[in-house]
Unconditional design. Structure first.
Length: 184
């Protein structure tokens, strides 16, 4: 029965790369509810591997123009990705830490030709700080006021907040250096 549940969950991750309305944290928590933590992490990473690969391949086959048209509905994501398209591994890592849509990001990285091993390694590393706490929250979901639930929740929020703060500072410094080089 657990094998069937794992196959279905990995299938939902794969479907998510096309449908894009399934919230990733819901899948992480679901894995934590359905499986012991170590199996939940394995199933989650298999699902993410499928999701990211499919999104990447869709972007690679569709090309940049089609993917940018799809992203026109999400201006923040489009701006973020276009500003960071030449940063490869750093972009893949930070994009996964932010609350930006993972699926469009995978398509974008495929469309701009980020080397696949770099894309997949840094994407999985970038999503890890969110995956582990959410899986642990799923494991403790029967008691949402317990420390087993609240501590991972606080850790996840803190990681995302810190990543955004560091990235915004990085962006500000880069913008200042670009503007400084334009002065005569």
């Amino acid at each position: 029965m657990e094998i069937l549940a794992a196959i279905i969950l990995v299938g939902i991750y794969s479907l998510k790369s096309v449908v894009m309305i399934i919230p990733a944290p819901l899948l992480y928590i679901s894995a934590g509810v359905l499986f012991p933590p170590h199996w939940a992490l394995i199933v989650t990473y298999l699902g993410l591997l499928c999701e990211f690969r499919l999104g990447y391949l869709i972007g690679k086959r569709s090309g940049r123009e089609k993917i940018e048209k799809l992203m026109d509905k999400n201006k923040k994501l489009k701006q973020f990705l276009e500003m960071n398209e030449n940063r490869g591994s750093i972009s893949c890592f930070f994009t996964r830490l932010t609350p930006l849509p993972l699926d469009f990001a995978s398509m974008f990285f495929g469309a701009i030709g980020v080397h696949y091993p770099v894309f997949i390694i840094f994407s999985l590393l970038g999503v890890t700080p969110k995956v582990i706490p959410f899986v642990l929250m799923g494991d403790a979901a029967s008691n949402p006021l317990s420390k087993e639930f609240l501590v991972p929740f606080a850790i996840s929020g803190t990681i995302v907040f810190c990543a955004l703060a560091v990235y915004q500072r990085y962006q500000r410094e880069e913008k200042d250096s670009v503007e400084g080089s334009k002065t005569y």
